[in-house]
Design a protein. Structure first.
Ligand code: ADP
Ligand code: ADP
Ligand code: ZN
Length: 214
């Protein structure tokens, strides 16, 4: 099963993608996580990506597409995957379609997690990320047992640089201009499914399981 998560930054794509990955035993591929790991490790790609990420802009397509398409070739992707944060532009979506078509394959579902902009600003303000394992929490909606410490690995929790209020606004604008058009793109392909992302995370997940099948 090949699934794409769509939605504004902070809509809950990562949160849901992790649950999907676990339930359906497929890998969760997050381009944001891949970039953050590269930044942490000081790679060339990380250095290039950081300037765009910090400015709330998209990393150029040519730095993203090959990275994701190479990732699909790994063994754990045999039974599918859930893509979180990719594609984010029409050219990325077309590159993905072409790469899959070349091997007689296609995307099964594009799930749009719908959350209005007002809620997004609140979500990003409270988001905390673990420096150790990348797990995501929220100070109000999904707090850790012990403040400032990851439940899973005990790592330190931080506010992502790009979750600062000024950057959030540019990311939302970028989303509306460059990523939202993908909703129509997948609607035309007949694989778009929308879920209400404003309800409790468990209920969002229930709606997704109804779409994907139990
Ligand atoms: P969020 O989870 O809040 O939507 P991500 O972790 O997916 O954010 O991405 C963080 C940043 O990494 C984005 O703002 C963008 O700069 C960059 N990025 C991630 N995925 C892509 C992509 N597919 N194309 C271009 N840039 C990307
Ligand atoms: P995305 O990957 O789309 O950027 P995340 O999954 O990182 O979004 O979620 C953004 C923030 O909102 C996180 O702090 C997360 O804990 C919180 N969150 C996710 N889903 C919900 C929900 N249904 N209700 C309230 N908060 C949520
Ligand atoms: Zn952790």
């Amino acid at each position: 099963m090949k699934i794409i998560m769509l939605g504004a930054p902070g809509a809950g794509k990562g949160t849901q993608a992790k649950m999907i990955a676990e339930k359906y035993s497929i890998p969760h591929i997050s381009t944001g996580d891949i970039f953050r790991a590269n930044i942490k490790n000081g790679t060339e790609l990380g250095k290039k990506a950081k300037t765009f990420i910090d400015a709330g802009q998209l990393v150029p397509d040519e730095l993203v597409v090959d990275l994701v398409i190479d990732r699909f070739k790994e063994d754990d992707c045999k039974n599918g995957y859930v893509l979180d944060g990719f594609p984010r532009t029409i050219p990325q979506a077309e590159a993905l379609d072409n790469a899959l078509k070349a091997i007689g394959d296609k995307v099964d579902f594009a799930i749009d997690v719908e959350v209005p902009d007002e809620n997004i600003v609140r979500r990003m303000g409270g988001r905390r990320a673990c420096v150790g394992c990348g797990a995501t929490y929220h100070v109000v909606y999904n707090p850790t047992k012990e403040e400032g410490t990851c439940d899973t690995c005990g790592g330190e929790l931080i506010v992502r640089d790009d979750d600062k209020p000024e950057t959030v606004l540019s990311r939302l604008e970028v989303y509306h201009n460059q990523t939202q058009p993908l909703i129509d793109y997948y609607k035309e392909q007949g694989i778009l499914k929308s879920v209400d992302g404003t309800v409790d995370m468990k209920d969002v997940f229930k709606a997704i399981v109804e779409i994907l099948g139990a």
